[in-house]
Design a protein around this ligand. Structure first.
Ligand SMILES: Cc1ncc(C[n+]2csc(CCOP(=O)(O)OP(=O)(O)O)c2C)c(N)n1
Ligand SMILES: [Mg+2]
Length: 650
């Protein structure tokens, strides 16, 4: 049977839960103990846990029908079925870290060598590597869902931040964790943690198969849920005894039939054509429209269609942090990034627009600033695959609950869409664009900050120039991240990866490993601050062991720079907990056999970047950066877009 735990009672008591349920598109069901056969487990505390309830016969039949199981020859173990399902899903890499409760699956991987196993040096590294595979491959002809594995207890708990991160950024990831045997669940057994309980609010779905008969279909369903509709992480927690159970007979499963029949799960909403017409007429009427391009444009592989639409309709386009690299960022209609650290032109245009066309984005507070002041005089068209995002933060005039690709394809070809020159709107945008352009260019050219050290914006501009904006950039979190988003001239679709929603320091190095494995023919730069780099520094071991060609850049300003910036601006310059003594990165690079250059002078910058660029294999660059650099413009937390600080003197 398939036992479900209905969460509706929780929904009525906890608003947070309600939000989570809506966000996940799984309003009725979040956690499944799956077992098509009646399973009774003798548990010392809970007594007999029976995964066989009043609805079991019906549900068992449904599960069986769904997956069309037919008998085969040799019995297989649970571990073999896990691998079989992963192979059927064309998994090429598995990232992870072993331990007692996951040993049987690792043992089977070693026997079969069916895919490449990459041992991270910390489980958090494994999730970010899996994320890297998913994020980078989604724009290729061969999109993959990254897979990671960890043991029970501390191993699984070390996955938590990376799983939460994947949830916030809608990245498909499958995490398989070993759990203590069913007989001792809830006894505080050695290395037992309530993985399902912890992961449930962070994931799209969490499973614990209680019988071998459900393992294969559960993995297929998990892969489907992770990568369909609005993507996200899914966890399958498999008790050790279930891993080593033997099936009475081999089931032949049709993976395509293992799609969840979950009430409320709208993987492919159908587009309302009347509303599309309303949207077109709003666009035709608009004098000052702006497109806000979110990550949905990239994940639906619609960058080129968006570019064609922008050119045909003459509508300027601004990007969320994750929308960057949907089209070349120096396109004449591009305004660059919007929001807290967005460009003057993007934010001012948003403020003055009479129509906001939001594509595959969720009006994050870092984009909108104070909601009370957002889009007060503008109509809003919101195209979004997840219905729970519509009208969540910003009230829409026309909501299109649909795959952004479908809408863009139709809009771009729609003869009813009128192309207008909008010359005065573009002229107004040019005045916004020029507001601080000279000042920024002068700073970039000078290259040196108030304390006599290198400016990160100069380094990023040189990196952009020397790679012609064509390389892949994996940014960490902090000032350098915002500077990358602002000053790297992204030319390739889906070439910018970072942790946005969660803002997880330490994401860059492991994510870059996954990205490089997914797109081996492209050059990949992992750019971190000195703080974030040290959070997953151990993954240098993974790079060394597998010879992964990632160019590593450390922007060393001796501080947790972004927090320091807030302290400078809003805490009277008291630098609490932000100065940092750094280790000898050259010695660390040497210990991992990675060539290294330290750069303190402006005239060394180009040569160092070229050396890393042209070297075959991993290379580490450390830039000594000026701690006084402030990333501007900035919309102060809680402020509206109109409160944007453009320069400190003003
Ligand atoms: C795991 C985690 N802890 C704390 C923070 C809060 N935080 C955001 S940016 C930042 C400073 C980052 O410093 P660094 O990595 O040196 O980059 P910089 O800002 O100096 O470029 C901190 C502490 C975070 N985002 N993630
Ligand atoms: Mg720093």
């Amino acid at each position: 049977m398939v036992e479900t735990i209905e969460t509706s009672s929780k929904m009525s008591t906890s608003p947070l839960k309600v939000k989570q349920m809506r966000k996940s598109c799984l309003p009725f069901l979040k956690y499944r103990l799956t077992s098509p056969q009646a399973t009774t487990v003798d548990n010392p505390i809970l007594g007999n846990i029976t995964a066989d309830g009043p609805l079991s016969t019906n549900r068992r039949k449904k599960a069986t029908d769904r997956c069309r199981q037919t008998k085969g020859k040799d019995p297989m173990k649970g571990t073999e079925l896990v691998l079989k399902a992963l192979i059927d899903n064309k998994v090429k890499f598995v990232f992870g870290y072993t331990g007692g409760a996951i040993m049987p699956i690792f043992d089977e991987m070693e026997k079969q060598k069916a895919f490449k196993f990459i041992m991270s040096r910390h489980e958090q590294g494994a999730v970010f590597m899996a994320q890297g595979i998913s994020r980078a491959s989604l724009s290729t002809h061969d999109p993959r869902t990254g897979v990671c594995m960890a043991t029970s207890g501390p191993g699984a708990m070390n996955l938590v931040t990376g799983i939460a991160d994947a949830g916030m950024d809608s990245v498909p990831v499958l995490a398989i964790t070993g759990q203590v045997p069913t007989g001792v669940i809830a006894t505080d057994a050695f290395q037992e943690s309530d993985v399902v309980g912890v992961m449930m609010p962070l994931t799209k779905q969490t499973y614990m198969p209680l019988s071998i008969d459900d393992i294969e279909s559960t993995i297929h369903e998990a892969m489907y849920v992770a990568s369909n509709g609005r993507s996200g992480p899914v966890v399958v927690d498999i008790p050790k005894d279930v891993q080593i159970q033997e099936a009475d007979s081999v089931c032949k499963i049709d993976p395509r039939a293992c799609q969840p029949k979950v009430p409320g799960y709208f993987a492919s909403p159908s587009l309302d054509m009347d509303r599309l017409k309303q949207a077109v007429s709003l666009i035709n009427k608009s004098v000052r429209p702006i497109i806000l391009c979110g990550h949905g444009v990239i994940s639906s592989n619609s960058g080129p269609t968006l570019q064609a639409l922008v050119e045909r309709s003459r509508i300027p386009v601004a990007f969320t942090l994750h929308g960057l690299s949907a089209i070349p960022v120096d396109h004449p209609a591009s305004l660059g990034m919007v929001g807290m650290h967005g460009t003057v032109e993007a934010n001012r245009a948003l403020l003055h627009a009479d129509l906001i066309i939001s594509l595959g984005m969720r009006f994050d507070d870092r984009v909108t600033g104070n909601l009370a002041e957002f889009a007060r005089h503008a109509e809003v068209i919101h195209v979004e695959i997840d219905p729970s995002e519509i009208d969540k933060n910003v009230k829409t005039t026309v909501a299109l609950n649909a795959d952004v690709k479908q809408v863009l394809d139709l809009l771009e070809r729609d003869p009813a869409l009128v192309s207008r020159p909008r010359n005065s709107w573009f002229a107004q945008i040019d005045t916004f664009r020029n507001e601080i352009a000279d000042q920024l260019n002068a700073e970039i050219d000078a290259g040196i900050g108030q304390e006599g050290q290198l400016l990160a914006k100069t380094i990023v501009s040189r990196l952009s120039h020397l790679t012609r904006g064509k390389d892949i950039i994996v940014g960490d979190v902090g000032q350098h991240q915002m500077i990358l988003a602002r000053f790297y001239n992204f030319q390739t679709v889906n070439s910018w990866f970072t942790s946005g929603g969660a803002g997880t320091m330490g994401c860059s190095l492991p994510m870059a490993i996954g990205v490089k494995l997914a797109r081996p023919d492209e050059r990949v730069w992992s750019v971190s601050g000195d703080g974030g780099f040290q959070m997953n520094i151990q993954e240098l071991g993974t790079i060394m062991e597998h010879g992964i060609d990632v160019k590593i850049v450390i922007m060393n300003n001796g501080y947790l720079g972004m927090v320091r910036q807030w302290q400078t601006l809003f805490y009277d310059g008291r630098y609490a907990g932000t100065p940092m003594k750094n280790p000898d990165y050259g010695a660390i690079a040497g210990a991992y056999g990675i060539p290294y250059l330290k750069v303190s002078e402006l005239d060394q910058v180009d040569a160092a970047i070229e050396a890393a660029r042209d070297h075959e294999g991993a290379f580490m660059l450390e830039f000594l950066c000026d701690p006084s650099e402030i990333v501007l413009p900035m919309i102060p937390a809680g402020g509206g877009i109109g409160d944007m600080i453009v320069s400190i003197s003003k």
